[in-house]
Design a protein around this ligand. Structure first.
Ligand SMILES: [Zn+2]
Length: 548
């Protein structure tokens, strides 16, 4: 028997069917399990799209059918965004884009231009305004929108997705009148519909067609792969989104790996239990997403103490303690992972208590997730690790929101805000992402913010609460291994290791040598998924540098 085995192994070794591809002369970098930086120079990829070997300088090079010389270019594992909204990203690129509008006048001008360019679009949908960036700092109103487009419905979503402003035509189409009361957990204000009140307008917007959804998913994948994102925790996945992912998987159009978190227990009617991985590990329903509160920008985040800049409110509590326990328990009993949005310190405390109870009831490896974990009472952070709670956080929220957070909370309540290093020191696990399209899905500004607590322009000098900075190894770990672990996918993705998928990217600079501001400007040259190149940056048309 033993002799037979040896003979069989020898036959295999002498087989001319060499592993397909060797990427050689790479400046390979990845995070180790303990969040140190690991270097390697070659990657051997099997015909099945999985890593066969990681090669270091000095290792003998095995034979391969294809050898690709990386010419010293930097190679990283594909980055995994633990929290993004996939079809929303596609739609945000296809709809009116209002990200970065500099004033209310600028918003109106872009709205007029879009309306003129799209005369046949029955409802104008836009996304991305943020009144905090405008000199007037006030929310837009229905009257503001009417001044630009009076003749058809317009609905424009705030950058955080927690409020929409509608024009009079949209409000009328939705059947909302001055007598309409805002539902619990919502607010209506001159055409602004906040949190739960959004539903009043949203239900009137014609649902996207199957073709619209397919187009949005294709667009989203194109954007993600261009930024080196090969995996996503697909948050708030609707049943229609899920069906769109399935269609793409069935027809081989899924390149980004999606760990789907369906929205609320109502999704369980269509997807009653977590699924296995499908389509070569490209899609899996893993969890159910819940919301504990709103967002800080619209003062919907639920705080323990009143807002510093609006002392008559503590934000919006979405569920009673009993209600959120019942909902999450229902999903946990069906085997789902639970991911709950919590921004304010009161919401985070409520969800930690909820998870502590679920953890006693379901003591296995359940990886309870809190999405955002933005404003947290420092006393609550040590409660994460004992209950197996993962903090799923977005480093660019810190750089985008710090001035607003200071205004909303005042100077003395920020000790547990965006507290990445404190989370890690407490022994809890961290998963990084962007919450795209709230932020750009580009992971590099996030990695840069994580190590510097500074924005892409180096602000503020010295970093905001710099004690919360991470090392590059920790940041890369949270963006690869951490986000894979967060989606129960660490056996398949998150690092380049024999048996895992060969999902990797080639980039234009070495993050171990780049300053934070340069790291933020990293460009992805190539993106590979399962050993196949799925994105390649068009060669620059600029003239070669002198001396080359
Ligand atoms: Zn989100």
């Amino acid at each position: 028997m033993r002799k037979l085995l040896i003979a069989f192994t020898a036959a295999l070794l002498s087989s001319p069917a060499w592993p397909d591809t060797l990427i050689d002369n790479a400046n390979g970098i990845q995070a180790s399990p303990s969040a140190q930086i690991e270097h390697f120079t070659g990657l051997l990829i099997g015909n099945d799209g999985k890593v066969v070997r990681i090669l270091h300088a000095g290792d003998a090079r095995p034979k391969a059918a294809t050898v690709i010389d990386a010419h010293g270019q930097t190679l990283l594992p594909g980055l995994i965004d633990a929290h993004g909204h996939v079809t929303d990203l596609g739609f945000s690129a296809l709809h009116l884009n209002l990200v970065g509008t500099s004033s209310l006048e600028d918003l109106k001008a872009r709205l007029r231009t879009y309306a003129a360019a799209h005369p046949d679009v029955p409802w104008i949908i836009g996304f991305g305004w943020n009144q905090e960036l405008w000199p007037e700092k006030r929310f837009p109103t229905a009257a503001d929108l009417d001044a630009a487009v009076p003749d058809r419905p317009v609905v424009l979503e705030r950058v955080d997705g927690h409020a929409v402003v509608a024009n009079s035509a949209a409000i009328k189409a939705a059947g909302v009148t001055s007598a309409t009361a805002a539902p619990a957990g919502g607010r209506i204000e001159n055409g602004l519909f906040v949190d739960a009140a959004r539903g009043l307008i949203d239900k009137a917007i014609p649902a996207p067609t199957t073709a619209d959804l397919d187009q949005a998913l294709a667009k989203a994948q194109e954007i993600l792969l261009g930024f080196g994102v090969t995996g996503v925790g697909s948050m708030s996945t609707s049943v229609a989104d899920w069906e769109t992912f399935r269609r793409a998987g069935e027809s081989g159009r899924l390149n980004v790996r999606l760990m789907a978190y369906l929205l609320g227990t109502e999704s369980m009617r269509a997807v009653p239990h977590p699924t296995d991985w499908m389509y070569g590990d490209r899609l899996r329903a893993v969890g159910i997403k819940f919301f504990a509160d709103g967002a800080l920008g619209s003062r919907g985040a639920w705080l323990k103490q009143p807002y510093a800049d609006k002392p008559d409110t503590r934000g919006l509590q979405f569920h009673s303690d009993a209600e959120i326990l019942k909902l999450t328990d229902q999903a946990a009993a069906a085997g789902f992972q639970i991911a709950t949005h919590a921004i304010g310190d009161a919401a985070n405390a409520q969800i930690i208590s909820t998870y502590e109870q679920l953890h006693r009831k379901y003591p296995g490896d359940r990886r309870w997730r809190i999405e955002h974990f933005q404003i947290v009472d420092p006393a609550d952070i040590p409660r994460l690790a004992p209950a197996g709670i993962i903090a799923s956080m977005q480093p660019t929220h810190q750089t985008s929101d710090r001035l607003m957070a200071e205004a909303r909370l005042g100077p003395n309540r920020l000790a547990g805000a965006y507290a990445w290093q404190t989370v890690l020191k407490s022994g809890a696990k961290l998963a990084f992402g962007t919450d795209f399209p709230v932020e750009s899905p580009n992971p590099f500004p996030g990695l840069s913010a994580a190590i510097s607590r500074q924005d892409i322009n180096g602000q503020p000098t010295g970093g905001w609460i710099p004690s919360e900075r991470l090392t590059l190894g920790q940041a890369l770990h949270a963006y690869t291994r951490g986000s894979a672990y967060g989606g129960f996918a660490e056996q398949k993705i998150g690092s380049l290791k024999p048996g895992k998928w060969a999902d990797f990217i080639m980039i234009d600079r070495d993050p171990t040598k780049a300053e934070a501001q340069s790291l933020a400007r990293t460009q992805v040259l190539e993106t590979w998924v399962a050993g196949k190149k799925v994105f390649s940056r068009a060669v620059s048309a600029s003239p070669p540098e002198r001396g080359k």
